[in-house]
Write a protein that binds this ligand. Structure first.
Ligand code: SF4
Length: 323
């Protein structure tokens, strides 16, 4: 089994950490609870941090032309500037961070689904967008793993978020070491994982590592990091995963029985039809890597891109894969 460094993740504090919601509630979130063993959380409640107590009067986003203001209808207080200042100071003060996991639908933390109302009282919703704190994260860390708990109930989106998060965290070690050898090893062990995400971007990453222009190591690592985030911009497609699985299967196909081959084909078909997760297919391939002692494949992160303990989180069944 792989060993993983703990990624640093900023998380909405009301999820598992504190009863700081406007109504004094705390949210039980299975993803956050499970992740606690594998990541270093940095919990924050921006609304409490700007001095709103718990419990507190509700706040909402109100449309102001093309912009939105964060206001508290009962007191008519405009909290926009306070929240922006807090977000700027808090996020600017983070020394190292690998990702963000926020509460959905919040006017502060919502990543994309915070309601924007036309006015203070009983007014219609005119659009949805990111909350103020989440919006500042998107501005300052546009390429970083960022998700809300609602979307992470879907196992495909969760798988993508975890893969991006733990790969970025692993890359941080390479970045800190500033070693071309470490970068080459990182690139080599992630080959099949990256292939599943984007064939063209894998070639781009390879050209950066080859460094034919003899750039300084800091420049090479910077270019590689940008290309790495580009690679994870969208989740890998089911069809790409199937191509990679078939490619890996090719290493063993001559040594397998007819029944084993047939069983593998059936598993791939079930994965294609989204009846089983990718991890079920990878478990078979991984067992063959051990059985046939393929050291090259055993080093590939593709078989365990994030800790296996995180696979067990139950799924809502909502959402569909990219085919
Ligand atoms: S959603 Fe964000 S601001 Fe609201 S209670 Fe949770 S942590 Fe605090």
């Amino acid at each position: 089994m792989r060993t993983f460094a703990k990624p640093k993740v900023v998380v909405s504090k009301c999820m598992e950490f504190a009863a700081c919601r406007y109504n004094g509630d705390k949210i039980n979130d299975p993803t956050v609870a499970r992740l606690a063993d594998y990541v270093e959380f940095i919990p924050v409640c921006p609304e409490v941090e700007i001095g709103l107590g718990t419990p507190r009067e509700v706040i909402r986003l109100v449309s102001d032309g093309d912009e939105s203001k964060l206001v508290q209808p009962k007191t008519r207080a405009d909290l926009t500037e306070q929240m922006n200042e807090f977000a700027h100071e808090f996020l600017g003060g983070l020394e190292e961070v690998d990702g963000f996991l926020l509460k959905n639908r919040s006017p502060t933390c919502g990543v994309s689904d915070a309601k924007v109302y036309s006015g203070l009282e009983k007014s219609p919703v005119v659009r949805t967008e990111s909350g103020l704190f989440a919006n500042r994260i998107q501005q300052l860390f546009p390429l970083m793993p960022l998700e809300d708990e609602g979307r992470l109930r879907n196992f495909l989106l969760r798988e993508h978020f975890f893969t991006h998060l733990f790969t970025i965290s692993d890359f941080r070690k390479v970045k800190n070491q500033e070693s071309i050898t470490e970068l080459m090893l990182f690139h080599a062990k992630n080959k099949y994982l990256f292939m599943a995400y984007h064939q063209e971007n894998v070639k781009r990453l390879g050209r950066i590592v080859a460094n034919h222009a003899h750039l300084a190591i800091e420049k090479v690592i910077q270019q590689y990091e940008n290309a790495l985030h580009d690679l994870f911009h969208t989740p890998a497609k089911v069809t790409s995963h199937i191509n990679v699985c078939q490619h890996v299967f090719g290493y063993f196909s001559d040594q397998l029985s007819k029944a084993e081959k047939q069983h593998f084909d059936e598993m791939l078909e079930q994965y294609r039809n989204q009846k089983i997760p990718l991890s079920s297919v990878l478990a078979i391939l991984h067992s063959w890597c051990h059985r046939f002692e393929n050291e090259y494949l055993l080093k590939q992160t593709y078989f365990e891109p994030y800790p296996v303990g995180l696979i067990a989180i139950s799924d809502s069944g909502k959402g569909r894969a990219l085919s």
